[in-house]
Every structure is written in C-alpha cells, then in structure tokens.
Design a protein around this ligand. Structure first.
Ligand code: UD1
Ligand code: UDP
Length: 351
C-alpha cells in the first residue's frame, strides 16, 4: 500500500512527527511538503529536531492570498499524485495545504484519510473552519481526536469511516516532552525563571487582520505588567509593523522556536495565553491554565473542564484572565492515551 501524505504548515510537521515514522514501518509513504511555511524556524527546524522523514517533494508554494496559495497547491499536488499513483492520501488538520490535498485526492478518486477530523468552531468566517468542513466531506477515513468531533460529524450526516483514535498531538507531547527536558536550554538562553513567566502566542487571522483586535491584545498584555514570553509568528510581526503597535518591556519577544524549545517553555510557564489550536491543547496536557484569545474554540472540552478561559480580543477579559485565572477542577481525559498514531496505523492496515 502506498500513501501520499500532504503537510505544509508548522502544526502539521508536529503531527507528522507522531505518525510518519510508524506509517513507514508498514507502508510505503511519500511526503509532499507544500511549502506553505518555509522559514527555517517555521519548517526545517522541525524536520531536523523531530526526526520527521524528509519530504520526497517540496512544492515551494510559499505565501499568498487563499486563492493563490490553494490554487497553486492544487496544480502542483495533482502533478505529483498522478505520477506517484498512491492508494490513499493522508492529510492533517485544517490549513490550506489540508484542503488542497483533500480536493486533489477526491477529484482523482483516491481515498482521503483525515487526521484531526470533526473539529468545528461553528464560525464559518474562519478559513480553518471552511477547510475542515470541506475536507471532512470528501474524506473516506476520518480520524477524530475527541468524542465531540464524532458528534459534530454525525450532525453533518457523516458516520461511515469515523474512528475516534485520540489526539496525535498528545502522542507527540508525551514522546518529545521527555526529550525536550534533556535537550532544550531555552530558559537559560532567554534568561527566564521556571514558573515566573506567562507564555503567549498570537497568529490567527481573526486577530492579526483586525487592527482593533490586535491593539486590544497588545494593550492588555502590556498593562498586565506580567513577564510574558512571546515567540512571534511572522504573520503577527507583519501586522504589528503595519499598525505600528508596540509591546512594552514586560513582553520578551523571541523568534518562533522549535518544538522542543516550545514544549520546554510551555512546561515551565505559569499560564498560557494563545489563539493557537495546538497550544490550547498542549496547555491542557501540561496542566497549565489557558487564556484563549478567540471568540470560540473547537476544543470545547478544555473550557467545560474549567482549564481554558475564552476571552476573545476583549481587553478587560484578557487582563482578568492573565492576572487572575486559576483553574481548580480535576482534569478529565478527553484526548486518548498517547497511542493515536498506533491506532491509525492499525485501522489503515485493516482496510
Ligand atoms: C496557517 C494556517 C492556520 C494555522 C497556521 C499554523 C491556513 C489558512 N492557515 O496560518 O490554520 O494555524 O498556519 O501556524 O492555512 N510567513 C512567513 N514565513 C513562513 C510562513 C508564513 O513569513 O514561513 C508569513 C507570510 O507573511 C504569510 C503569513 O505569515 O503571508 C501567513 O502565513 P500562512 O501560511 O498564509 O498562514 P498562517 O497564519 O501561518
Ligand atoms: N509551536 C512551536 N513553536 C512556536 C509556536 C508554536 O513549535 O514558536 C508549536 C506548538 O507547540 C504546537 C504547534 O506549534 O505544537 C501549534 O501550531 P500553531 O500555533 O502555529 O498552529 P495551530 O495549532 O493554531 O493550527
């Protein structure tokens, strides 16, 4: 059996780090990197550090509008897929690379396997929500991380091929968390003390593309006076420059970091403030209070369990969360047992 895997953006490299090596033990895998993310610290560093098999193809699509990016991916992925003629195409998550891979496969009548299927924010303005709905509706195998995701699919009439396998990001953090402890010296490098800083990430289009939202976030973090470490996504840097917004000295801005450094920063933070999907879950896995800079989340379990507080881009709510949020509830397990990649492999094998 030959599988073509499509990846292209940072969180997909981390998910592939949990899955690809296992797949290659049993099947032939060809990986296509679309080139959606291309800076060294947004792409190469993950392959070097996490031992992800080097992609057989890099399409070097790069940045651009949704139409430009997705359209060029469609053209170039199709060429490779016709040449390689796989039995299955594997896609992860909800980026433009995910949608392009799924559409190419669907039009060529090749079965699509979607890892992280069934997530919904119920906000169709999000490019990610559009990508995941469309991808789920052309997928043959839908690997969900949670029971909520299974229900979301049921509500859209998708029942066949749905397998709740748990979250591959939980596999990744269990495995690489230990390695991070041994290998990462990020706390020394950036000179911060354990449990004395808050970790923040910001990159979602719905925050960066609206000046008032990004301004509120910047002002709230500045006014909190807390020591905050912010590995800055290049998208956010671009918009901070465009709107002429500045962080105060309590915010330590650093370049995006590799996964080992990131996990180390998460593990030793006192709290996490983020609009990332993956980082919300990692906060939960690591027992860190999470303040989410979004108006809703796909990871509703983390909110229901009391460990994640949704604050949107409301300055007062962000300040309240950053300064006072203290979860007390006992944490429940929603994301499986760290063996999701193994389960995925066995299900594909049975096919
Ligand atoms: C994309 C995904 C988002 C995911 C995120 C993970 C879509 C629609 N969005 O958002 O779901 O959460 O990846 O990080 O697919 N840039 C660089 N260097 C890079 C990559 C990006 O400078 O290596 C800058 C460019 O200015 C680019 C901007 O970041 O225009 C946005 O990049 P893009 O991949 O379009 O979207 P993300 O915000 O990264
Ligand atoms: N991450 C990282 N370095 C960073 C910021 C994030 O390795 O500087 C990791 C993070 O730990 C998580 C993943 O990237 O595993 C999340 O990706 P991102 O926030 O870019 O996208 P999302 O999950 O929102 O789609």
């Amino acid at each position: 059996m030959k599988i073509v895997t499509i990846i292209g953006a940072r969180p997909q490299f981390i998910k592939a780090a949990a899955v690809s090596k296992k797949i290659r033990k049993k099947f032939e895998e060809i990986t296509i990197h679309t080139g959606q993310h291309y800076d060294k610290n947004m792409s190469d560093i993950f392959f070097e550090e996490l031992g992800i098999p080097k992609p057989e193809y890099n399409l070097n699509i790069g940045s651009g509008s949704h139409g430009y990016q997705t359209g060029n991916m469609l053209i170039k992925i199709e060429e490779v897929v016709i040449k390689e003629s796989p039995d299955m195409i594997l896609v992860y998550g909800d980026t433009n690379s995910t949608l392009a891979g799924a559409l190419v496969a669907s039009k060529l009548l090749i079965p699509v396997a979607h890892i992280e299927a069934g997530l919904r924010s119920f906000n169709k303005n999000m490019p990610e929500e559009q990508n995941r709905i469309l991808t789920d509706h052309v997928s043959k195998l839908l690997f969900t991380p949670t029971e909520t995701a299974v229900k979301n699919l049921e509500n859209e009439g998708i029942r066949d091929g749905v397998y709740n396998v748990g979250d591959v990001m939980y596999d990744a953090i269990l495995h690489f968390g230990k390695i991070a402890e041994e290998k990462s010296d990020i706390l020394n490098r950036i000179d911060v003390d354990k449990n004395k800083y808050i970790l923040a990430t910001i990159h979602r289009a719905e925050n960066t593309n609206y000046e008032y939202r990004l301004r509120n976030i910047v002002e709230a973090l500045n006014e909190s006076k807390e020591q905050i470490v912010l590995p800055l996504h290049p998208r956010t840097q671009k918009y901070l420059n465009e709107y002429n917004l500045k962080f105060n000295d309590n915010i330590k801005i650093i370049e995006p970091v590799g996964y080992l450094d990131m996990v180390m920063l998460e593990k030793n933070s006192s709290k996490i403030v983020t609009d990332s999907g993956g980082v919300q879950k990692e906060a939960f896995f690591l027992n860190k209070p999470c303040i989410t800079l979004r108006d809703e989340t796909e990871w509703v379990e983390t909110v229901e369990n009391g460990w994640n507080m949704i604050v949107g881009a409301d300055k007062d709510k962000i300040l309240e969360g950053v300064c006072n949020f203290k979860p007390t509830a006992e944490k429940l397990n929603y994301f499986g047992y760290g063996n999701s990649a193994e389960k995925i492999l066995n299900i594909i094998d049975k096919m």
